[in-house]
Design a protein around this ligand. Sequence first.
Ligand code: ADP
Ligand code: MG
Length: 741
Amino acid sequence: MPASSTSNSSSPRKAVIQDITTREVRGTNDSGAGTRTSEYFGINTFGVRQMRDKLPRETYAKILAAVRHGKKLDLDVAPRVAQAIKEWAITHGATHFTHWFQPQTGLTAEKHDAFLSFDDGQPMEAFGASQLIQSEPDASSFPSGGLRATWEARGYTAWNPASPVFIAEWAGVKTLCIPSVFVGYNGEALDEMTPLLRSSDALSDKAIELLELLGDQGVYRVYTTLGPEQEYFLIDRAHFALRPDLVMAGRTLLGAPPPRGQQLEDHYFGGIPERIQACIAEVEHELYKLGVPIITRHNEVAPSQFEMAPRFEETDVAVDHNQLVMATLRRVALRHGLQALLHEKPFAGINGSGKHCNWSMSIAADNPDIDGYNLLKPGMTPHQNIRFLVFLAAVLRAVHKHAGLLRAGIGTSGNEHRLGANEAPPAIISVFMGNTLTKVIDAIADGKAIGSAEQQMIKLGVARLPEIEKDNTDRNRTSPFAFTGNKFEFRAVGSSQSIAFPIVLLNAAVAEAIAEITVALKAELKKTKKVDDAVLKVVRPIFKETASVRFEGNNYSDEWVKDAAKRGLLNLRRTPEALAQMVTKQSRKLLSSLNVLSDEELDSRYHVRLERYVKDMLIEMHTLREMVDTLVLPAAFSYAGDLAESASQAKAAGIKSIPQIDAANKLGASISELQKHRTTLGKVIDKAEGMHDELVKQAELLTSAGADAMQEVRKCSDLLEVSVADDSWPLPKYREMLFPV
Ligand code: ADP
Ligand code: MG
């Protein structure tokens, strides 16, 4: 469309506004209304419970052992299981099956194969043990960070029996999905799930050893639990389609701040608009069928921002389920003419989206007294609280020692815009403990309390710790890593990322700290008879040396940034410097000694993440340049033309005072300024693309000169947006996208 025709109300942007205001609200297509959720929850899954009903007892016991005890699956059970799964899937209308896995793209991958087979020319449905257990997708098209250069391109997916198989139902097509890991020819981790399972095993082994020392018998596994709270925006799909930046990069690269953002504080927990409600109910309905236990929904702080959270589950299942949450949100939103934005910072100057990862550790034991016990839950007896304090100490030590690595785990181009911006935790990793615990920890660290452990606990007023529940209610919402009563909440995690990697790093760091505590406790037990007394002696120095990572104040404040620097805490604002923390000596040692990631695997992961950052940045910069050239400048030129024309008409009419001339001159100056920065942007793009095999340097250039140029271009363009006639502006404005009418 020629630029001049944007100056009338038939522009696509205006047409969209017209369309939206007259559009009818679409009801829920399928929200399960009228049916009890419990009646259809998990109907599209075939997990341990369904296997119990469909499999011989012996086979079921083996599966259960694999799932519950983290044991390797006996291969001789596979044919029976495959048979049962096939029967279930085809009765439910599935025509195809796929190994469903998580390559390092942040998303999931699947390749569908038909059940259809031929026996003597007769068509039939077939699905055998080998198809259940293993498949061989072409690994060469997934990011491997150089791993595939050294090994063969072959990769394998292998069934992870701990996560239930499910039937994905899209557009009426039903596909059996088999949650799987994805590994290279020699078992190298190529995906997100493999290191997660390894880190869970490491943590379990180390924790069992410590628990045995503490006198807890019969523990066969310690598993981590995870409840990720997913934040997202929902905007009109028609607006989305008119924004190349949202389509290409998931965030607005341009856009002047609206006069009203979130300052009225009227959106948080406000009533959910009808159209959104219909969409969310349908998302939940789809997720319930898949056995994803979504339990809360609410408006978030920013306009058009929402959150959904599940009941927590075992970590690997929670990771799979979060992928299903993101995919379902994206797909179902489209049915309602909406677009789900999962990016960490879709709108500048407005709150971004995170994914608070609630995390804890629980016991699985033959001993009913402790089976299911949450290790981060304050107890009712001095002994339980000693156990609680020792695991708390382990987490503190882990976060203190590996803060840089934890920051690396959440280092993406998207999260870079969120961390340290509006109401988001800064890039400094610190831990919030709450009043009650801070007092207890400080007192123990100071060595003030004396006597036996029991006497000390009583003296500290923590023989029982029920008051933590109370303390929890006014907890700090600004902390990147907060203790919230019976779990930690890793709040700095980004909304769009796979949560597997941050949890891998957390699990590993905690496993290492637990192992160190075990060593120290063993040594202490040679001197101190009673275990509880020895434990207090062991945690004392840990509470002392980790004091610098504990912070109870406002993490959003500038003072904290200064204070943190004095404390020697890392403040890694940019992604490349954060990612560099993955490959320090300390990080390598942590991950390789626990067999979570070998040096080679870690290097490849670092490479994948850094390369992704570079690609994200270049996509954004190209998109921005194109938007400036094809949308912003033409609109500005067109309006400048209008002003000139109006000025010459005024002159012809003999009018003396012609303010249009002044306006046109100002506009001209703004246009020149934009062009200048657009040229710089282009130069940085060219320079970055001219660098070969210099990934680190490329990333450094893009994160400095590249980000700066984008910032400058944006500033100029946003100024033009508020100077050019509304009718001439081609891009949906913030007010239109965020405040749908
Ligand atoms: P909030 O005040 O943050 O909403 P909630 O108690 O409602 O706190 O929990 C938020 C999330 O934390 C939910 O997903 C919940 O299931 C999860 N959660 C609760 N207990 C645990 C636990 N022991 N381990 C992991 N996640 C948990
Ligand atoms: Mg929360």
